[in-house]
Design a protein around this ligand. Structure first.
Ligand code: ADP
Ligand code: MG
Ligand code: ZN
Length: 573
């Protein structure tokens, strides 16, 4: 029956779809790859569409569902998302409904009646809802125009929002053969895309991936000087104060942090709202509504706040604590500037954050293989944050856009950091950790390298690595060791109170020993320069205070870097 309707002369065309977009939504034309996606679905084919956050993925399935005969079934991971979309559709005069635990028996009957009468264009359900056999039975009695799976990255354990219920959606292929299925998401690297196609059994589907470029976002990252919460809070409050009157989101890693920062912001005169999963759903909805309705409000939230939040004029997204992966990073900063106007993404990060991230992963019940991937993803994020490659370029390459160019506006493009080749220092540090038997913490490793060890024992003084780095300043060593941690070449066991420094991935460590991997470390002017000089002229002060050997290498590298400035570079992962 479906095949007939598709090949019938009255089959909807892209022109019909455009007319609907204009009539119902008031948008003059499709943008980006929307028309391509819509065209595929109108033709009755399966699609996986990866379009940017705010790119307009919803209309890609809503319009074909309206134009094709039958009911469009939409699977969505959150009740809040379903409610938003269904309410918006109803207001626009589109016949849509949702089935979730909050819907009364009477309303349910009315929904099914409308569906049977062919009066319903879109029905939103949760993946858990679809697990109920009677729901499937009822759907079987109806002609379906399509099945849409929103936020499809939830299907993949490699993604950052895994929902076990999504795993079961592959069976829709057998339950509703011949019904076109469309999966949409904003963030999925190549591996996640493969996983989505496999899990959802979208074997023959066209995979349509838009560019991940977000040219209106100005990204930056700020290294935390130490693990002090008070300092981080103060930095966040400063950043928000400089953006007074603008709407923004501040992401915190914990509920406590959320409440604390929100309170501190209110004390500083900002209209700030805390939002996290520790609140009941009603309270959360109330807060979300306030945020959406008010101007210049700052949402201080955990990752519980996010998916589908559609506030057009978010002018900044600040990470008080870094997210868990580059995907999560891109999705979260992507909540800024959805109206296409300039917005900022500012991420605070420090060595203690990576330890904390790893510790959190360690405590999660998941397969070792999955855990290993998550750990690697966290490291890739930190390598980007602490790296020197244009941020959007690094992320887009990670997503598979090999030809992504420098953005020109991120902190690293605007003000290329002073970097130096620390490969030899890295080799010394790795050797020291190895010789010390991976049995000591960071301070002791630093003391060992600089030969400052008090009460040095004969066994330690006898090691070939003792004092091997005495010609290099302590602060440089700190930067090197921190950076090796960001790159995962050294690891701290997060389960310890006084974490021991150990060697990371053996393959990577070997590559450094063999000079196959160059380690570039960013100079931290704030640490190097005397306070007054720092304010006046951070970069030059940093240079003057640099060790002679480091400085020579830095200058060679800087020249080389200048020559190659316009060339493309491959991220270190
Ligand atoms: P996402 O891809 O993040 O799911 P949405 O579907 O929520 O994005 O759409 C984000 C916003 O973009 C909505 O307000 C939507 O109406 C708008 N939009 C969608 N398509 C277009 C278009 N072709 N032109 C202009 N605005 C559009
Ligand atoms: Mg969406
Ligand atoms: Zn850039």
């Amino acid at each position: 029956m479906l095949a007939d309707s598709v090949s019938a002369p009255t089959a909807p065309t892209l022109a019909d779809a455009r007319a609907t977009l204009e009539r119902v939504w008031g948008h003059t034309d499709f943008r980006g790859l929307q028309s391509e996606v819509v065209g595929e679905i109108l033709a009755g084919r399966d699609v996986l569409a990866v379009l940017p956050t705010g790119g307009g993925k919803s209309v890609c399935y809503q319009i074909p569902a309206m134009l094709r005969p039958g009911l469009g079934l939409v699977v969505s991971p959150l009740i809040a998302l379903m409610t938003d979309q269904v309410e918006a559709l109803k207001q626009q005069g589109v016949s849509a409904a949702r089935l979730d635990s909050g819907v009364s028996m009477d309303d349910r009957s009315a929904i099914w009646r409308a569906a049977r009468a062919g009066e319903l264009d879109l029905l939103y359900v949760s993946p858990e809802g679809l697990a109920q056999p009677h729901l499937i039975d009822r759907l079987h009695d109806l002609p379906l125009s399509l099945i849409a799976i929103d936020e499809a990255h939830c299907v993949s354990q490699w993604g950052h929002d895994f929902r076990p219920d999504y795993r079961t959606l592959g069976r829709l292929a057998e339950l509703f053969p011949g019904v076109p299925r469309i999966a949409v998401t904003a963030t999925a690297d190549a591996r996640t895309r493969e996983d989505i196609v496999r899990s959802l059994r979208l074997d023959g589907a066209r995979v349509i991936v838009d560019s991940f470029a977000r040219p209106n976002l100005q990204l930056s990252a700020i290294r935390k000087e130490n693990a002090s919460r008070a300092r981080t809070d103060a930095a966040v409050i400063d950043l928000v104060r400089q953006r007074r009157g603008k709407s923004g989101v501040v992401y915190c890693g914990s509920r406590d942090g959320c409440e604390r920062v929100a309170q501190a912001l209110r004390d500083a005169g900002t209209n700030a709202i805390a939002y996290h999963a520790g609140m009941d759903a009603r309270e959360r909805d109330k807060r979300l509504e306030r945020f959406l309705a008010e101007d210049g409000t700052v949402m201080v939230a955990t990752i519980a706040f996010g998916m589908g939040v559609d506030k057009a004029d978010v002018r900044f997204v600040i990470h008080a604590d870094p997210p868990g992966s580059l995907e999560a990073y891109w999705q979260e900063i992507g909540r800024g500037g959805r109206d296409g106007e300039p917005a900022e993404g500012i991420t605070l990060y420090g060595p203690s954050d990576i330890a904390w991230t790893l510790k959190r992963l360690d405590g999660r019940p998941m397969a070792e293989e999955v855990k290993a991937v998550q750990v690697r993803k966290a490291r890739q994020l930190f390598a980007m944050l602490d790296g020197a490659i244009c941020r959007p370029q690094a992320v887009r390459r990670y997503f598979g856009e090999a030809d992504a160019q420098p953005c020109g506006v991120c902190d690293l493009c605007q003000d290329p950091p002073a970097m130096f080749d620390a490969t030899v220092l890295a080799q010394k540090a790795l050797a020291a950790v190895q010789r010390l038997g991976e049995r000591f913490g960071k301070t002791r490793v630093l003391d060992h390298l600089t030969g400052r060890t008090r009460d040095v024992q004969p066994w330690e003084a006898g090691l070939s690595t003792w004092g091997i780095g005495k010609d290099t300043a302590l602060h440089t060593w700190r930067d090197v060791i921190d950076h090796l941690m960001f790159e995962g070449l050294l690891v701290e066991d997060p389960n310890d109170n006084k974490p021991l420094v150990r060697l990371g991935d053996p393959e990577a460590v070997r590559a450094v020993y063999r000079n196959e991997r160059v380690i570039e470390v960013r100079l931290t002017p704030a640490r190097v320069a005397a306070p007054r000089e720092r304010v006046r002229n951070g970069r030059n002060a940093a240079l003057e205070n640099m060790d002679a050997d480091v400085r020579a290498r830095f200058e060679t590298l800087r020249n080389w870097r200048r020559e190659r400035a316009a060339e493309q570079r491959v991220p270190p992962y």
